[in-house]
Design a protein. Structure first.
Length: 336
């Protein structure tokens, strides 16, 4: 090869390497639910967008294929996975501030307000981005999965009914404090142990959004559904930060655009989902009771919120306090 041609080829290769443009890679994305549940629907939209707008391919790994939530997070931090969906319910020990999502009654139940909040919130799109980045993660998007309901073996109409109830929560210290304040005996467990735990009576209650109560057949192992309006399930999708930072600007843009596309889709997808899935539960098990607590009935849960908020600040200090205040400001803005 002539010297000039060789030099040109080296320069071209260097340019390609710098831009990262010419490689068609296979990226791996794991999440905590199945393909037809909310996280799986989001992941499929994200994949479709990436594959339609780049040469890259995305491999999806639903719940169970690579382990529990804690396992897929480890794999994402190690760079074995490029993308991971882990809910703050499992991120509490890694990023204590992420527990803010478990201060009861902080998030509204109104779907439109929530959709605006997750999309525009400074706390989420700036402050949490920095906190995730410090753990080697590029936070791409947080989104809601629906109001959580308690499912139990005995009826719940007030906090006193949770006395002596071993209540499964995600492995999150503040959620433990929350259910303590509600009067229950909180039992943190990974998701894979919940159905069996209820079946064998190791636990007698758990909480999750309505669609998940149907899809995971929680109605088979509990008899009562109670809505106290105390929380909305939040989840988060992120990329391994070294991987993300090493991408070309064009690839980063495709990922950001895919996140926006998937977000808009998932918010729309969930409209009316709680109602349709509750109807399916009632069809499968007509004797299931469904109770929406009155204001009076939920007052003890509301009262517990102040205690849990104080606990959150005790656990996270100034940084948690700042996030909490920012979230409140963002929620107020989203209410308008
Ligand atoms: O309660 C849980 O552990 C699970 N709940 C939902 C709605 N998604 C994934 C998570 O593992």
């Amino acid at each position: 090869m002539k010297m000039r041609t060789f030099a040109n080829s080296v320069a071209t290769l260097a340019l390609i390497a710098a831009s990262g443009a010419a490689t068609a890679d296979t990226w791996r994305y794991a999440f905590e639910e199945s393909l037809d549940e909310v996280q799986g629907q989001y992941a499929q939209k994200f994949k479709d967008y990436i594959e339609a707008n780049s040469d890259h391919e995305l491999q999806l790994f639903p719940f169970g294929t690579l382990g529990e939530s804690a396992d897929i997070m480890e794999q994402a931090q190690a760079g074995i996975l490029q993308f991971v969906d882990q809910s703050p319910g499992f991120t509490g020990s890694l990023i204590p501030e992420a527990q803010v999502f478990f201060v009861p009654y902080l998030l509204p139940t109104d779907q439109e307000q929530l959709a605006r909040f997750y999309r525009d919130s400074k706390a989420i799109n700036e402050d949490f981005q920095d906190l995730y980045a410090a753990q080697g993660l590029e936070l791409l998007r947080m989104f809601p999965e629906g109001e959580v309901a308690m499912t139990t073996k005995e009826p719940v109409t007030t906090c006193a009914d949770l006395d002596q109830v071993k209540f499964r929560v995600m492995t999150n210290p503040l959620l433990v404090e929350s259910y303590k304040a509600f009067g229950a005996t909180p039992t943190p467990l990974p998701w894979g142990e919940v159905y069996g735990g209820l079946q064998t009576n190791i636990i007698q209650g758990q909480e999750n959004p309505t669609f998940f109560l149907y899809s995971t057949k929680m109605y088979e192992v509990t008899d009562h559904i109670t809505y106290a309006g105390h929380n909305n399930f939040t989840t988060a999708v992120m990329a391994n930060k070294d991987f993300y930072d090493g991408l070309s600007e064009a690839d980063q843009k495709v990922i950001q655009d895919a996140s926006t596309e998937a977000y808009d889709f998932i918010v729309e997808y969930q409209k009316g989902l709680a109602e349709t899935e509750l109807a399916k539960i009632m069809e499968a098990k007509p004797e299931m009771t469904v109770t929406v607590l009155t204001e009076e009935q939920r007052s003890c849960f509301v009262d517990a919120a102040a205690e849990v908020e104080a606990k959150f600040i005790e656990m996270t200090g100034d940084s948690g306090k700042a996030i909490l205040e920012q979230m409140k400001a963002d929620l107020a803005a989203a209410a308008q």
